[in-house]
Ligand binder design. Structure first.
Ligand SMILES: [Zn+2]
Length: 219
């Protein structure tokens, strides 16, 4: 009988150590994290434009790739839009304002562990390329997230760029309570970024860098 009890205890200990070895945090470091991705613009709002190319399509495509990569690391991810539309209410007299209001509401009400708004930059000088992170001071975590993200993106893109505080005219971000940032992941004015972002490989690589930064932030 004693031997039998000992055997049961031994099996129990083995099972626990096995479970510890395969716990979700090891293979899925973002397991249990709820993330909202917010692809900017959509529908009647194209965002930045370069010739016939619209930012809104890039944002959607990149968000879909990032969502997949985050999910591969175990995160639960939703997007504020999954197609070519904005979030304005049909009866709204000020479409852009209404779009912002509904994005803010969606993110605040769903209370994610983190949100990322995804946009592209545009400058008249086409030599600028790569990503830049922007944060609002509404949540004390935001600056830390921006710092980690920018460092990881800089080392991947071989840039020496600073992350920045979101300018006051971008009023949406001052009203989002959960932690999060705005990433301008590329320049629509850069031929290099446009070409890169059209390839699945680059979108996946850039997405993985963002995932690694988030893993560092959450650990
Ligand atoms: Zn934009």
């Amino acid at each position: 009988m004693k031997k039998f009890v000992f055997l049961i205890i031994l099996v129990f200990i083995m099972l626990i150590s096995l479970a510890a070895k395969f716990q979700p945090s090891n293979s899925f470091p973002l397991f249990g994290k709820f993330i909202i991705l917010d692809p900017g613009h959509g529908g009647l709002d194209p965002g930045s434009i370069y010739k016939e190319e619209y930012e809104k399509y890039y944002n959607l495509e990149f968000s879909h790739t990032l969502k997949k990569e985050l999910e591969n690391f175990g995160a639960t991810v939703i997007m504020t839009r999954t197609g070519d539309y904005d979030l304005s209410s049909p009866s709204a007299s000020r479409r852009k304002r209404s779009d912002f209001e509904n994005r803010i509401k969606l993110i605040n009400e769903n209370r994610p562990d983190l949100y990322i708004s995804l946009h592209m930059n545009s400058l008249s000088n086409s030599k600028y390329y790569g990503s830049q992170v922007f944060y609002s001071e509404i949540n004390s975590q935001n600056k830390l997230i921006a710092d980690i993200l920018q460092k990881k993106l800089n080392s991947y893109l071989k840039l020496d760029r600073d992350y920045k505080k979101i300018s006051d005219d971008k009023y949406m971000f001052k009203r989002i309570d959960p932690p999060g940032v705005l990433i301008e992941y590329g320049f629509i004015s850069s031929s290099r970024d446009r070409a890169n972002l059209k390839t699945k490989k680059y979108r996946e690589e850039l997405s993985k860098i963002i995932c690694y930064a988030l893993i560092e932030y959450f650990s």
